[in-house]
Structures are given as structure tokens and as C-alpha cells.
Design a protein around this ligand. Structure first.
Ligand code: SF4
Length: 245
């Protein structure tokens, strides 16, 4: 019985990130305030600041060391590990999920476990290596018990993503899944209406692919997901899609 309960919760944790927007109250996306630059606390002042400034920092390493104790929203006091992001600081593409799940919260890294392994395999299938890219989430701490993310959590944490993107300065941004896309684009449009075209986020071309957890749930989507990655690769490597952004 204990094994069955554990398996059930592991199963749920795989899909929590795809599920949570379904549970957002009507209109809650509209309540996400546009983030503002917080200059109230000077970064680099030494030690961990529970309310660290969002910007500017000199490097990703300095930023992570300064913000990893963040308590700007209630998720900070409930996390096991802060999940900043991993990958190449010279990445041409940054992949963005919405929030850490149970395994990420335990390990302190984004996209680990079965969903992360599938993402790695899919990148390899198109001739890419995960280590050449950067992967992070909008929220750096896990929303507990798969509950809804709150608009104030997004507004508090999204400026950290902005600062990461300023430091990384990639060519392309890619949302991993519907939730990330909807939150970042401030839209409730379904994934089928958002996929397959280039959007704009932070003045960068912004592409949307299926969340790997969704692909584990529905293998019929694998072909489309592969095509989306191939299209992304073609655009990244040819420079296509960069004009007009
Ligand atoms: S989710 Fe973001 S804003 Fe909230 S405590 Fe964690 S790092 Fe800070």
C-alpha cells in the first residue's frame, strides 16, 4: 500500500506543472502586476538577503549567490532547495518552465527526473546537447502540494528571470509548456493557438514547445513536439525569425 501511495504522488508530481494553470481562478492571470525593477536593496552588499534586489548583478554566479536565500514570497520559506537554473552561460537558447516540481525542489536543478530525461533525449534527437543551452523556471521555488501559483508570486519572481535573461542575452527564448507560455505572454489562449508561431518576450523571439511531462502523458504528441524542435533548430541556426522582433 505504501508503494502504491508513493507511486501515485510521484505520478502526480510529473504533471503538476501542466495542471496548475487549470486550477487558476478565472481572471487571475489578469491580476499579475507588471514587474518593476526593485532598487530598494543594493546587490553585492554581502551575505544572503531574504529580500534580494532583482537587478543588476555582474554574473549569474553572483546573482545566484545573492538571491538563493530569497523570501520575497511565501514559497521561499517552504522550499527544500532554491532552483535557480542550469546550463551554459553562452547559450543561444534559454528554455523556460514555470516552476520546480517535487524532484527539482529536492535536487535544486530544473527539469530532472523522467520529464527532464525526455527533454534531454528530444534535444539529442535533433543533434543538440542540453549542456549547450540554459534551462530555468519562472518561479525559483516550488509551489507546495501542487496548488495554484499566485499572481503575486509570479510578479515577485519574474524579475529574477528578466535579470537572468539580461545576463545570458540569448538569441531565442523557448517556453516549456502551456503554463509558462500563458504566464509569460499574459494570455489565456490555448497551446494549440500559441504553438507554431514566433512570439516576443523581452524583445527576444519566443517559441513554445510541449512540456515534456505532457509528452509522457500523451505519446501521440511526440511527433508534433519533434517537429516543433526541428523548426526551432532551423530558425536558431539560420537566423530566421530574428527580424521584426
Ligand atoms: S519563488 Fe521567487 S520570489 Fe518567491 S521566494 Fe522563491 S525566489 Fe523568492
Amino acid at each position: 500500500m505504501r508503494d502504491k501511495i508513493r507511486d501515485y504522488f510521484e505520478y502526480l508530481s510529473l504533471f503538476e506543472s501542466e495542471l496548475y494553470l487549470d486550477k487558476l481562478p478565472e481572471g487571475s492571470l489578469d491580476k499579475i502586476p507588471q514587474p518593476e525593477l526593485d532598487t530598494s536593496v543594493s546587490p553585492g552588499s554581502g551575505g544572503l538577503n531574504p529580500y534580494p534586489s532583482h537587478a543588476p548583478y555582474d554574473s549569474l554566479e553572483v546573482m545566484e549567490s545573492q538571491v538563493k536565500g530569497c523570501l520575497r514570497c511565501p514559497l521561499g520559506s517552504q522550499r527544500n532547495k532554491f532552483v535557480f537554473g542550469t546550463g551554459s552561460s553562452r547559450a543561444r537558447v534559454v528554455f523556460i518552465g514555470e516552476a520546480p516540481g517535487a524532484r527539482e525542489d529536492l535536487k535544486g536543478e530544473p527539469f530532472v527526473g523522467r520529464a527532464g530525461e525526455l527533454l534531454n533525449q528530444m534535444l539529442q534527437q535533433i543533434g543538440w546537447q542540453r549542456s549547450d543551452f540554459y534551462i530555468c523556471n519562472i518561479l525559483k521555488c516550488r509551489p507546495p502540494n501542487n496548488r495554484d501559483p499566485q499572481p503575486d508570486e509570479i510578479s515577485q519572481c519574474e524579475p529574477f528571470l528578466h535579470e537572468q535573461l539580461r545576463l545570458l542575452d540569448p538569441l531565442w527564448l523557448v517556453a516549456l509548456g502551456r503554463v509558462s507560455a500563458q504566464v509569460l505572454l499574459r494570455t489565456k489562449a490555448p497551446l494549440r493557438a500559441l504553438r507554431g508561431r514566433v512570439h516576443n518576450y523581452r524583445d527576444k523571439p519566443f517559441w513554445i514547445i510541449y512540456h515534456p511531462a505532457a509528452l509522457l502523458r500523451n505519446q501521440n504528441l511526440m511527433s508534433e513536439a519533434h517537429q516543433d524542435l526541428l523548426t526551432l533548430k532551423r530558425m536558431v541556426e539560420s537566423g530566421e525569425g530574428l527580424s521584426g522582433v
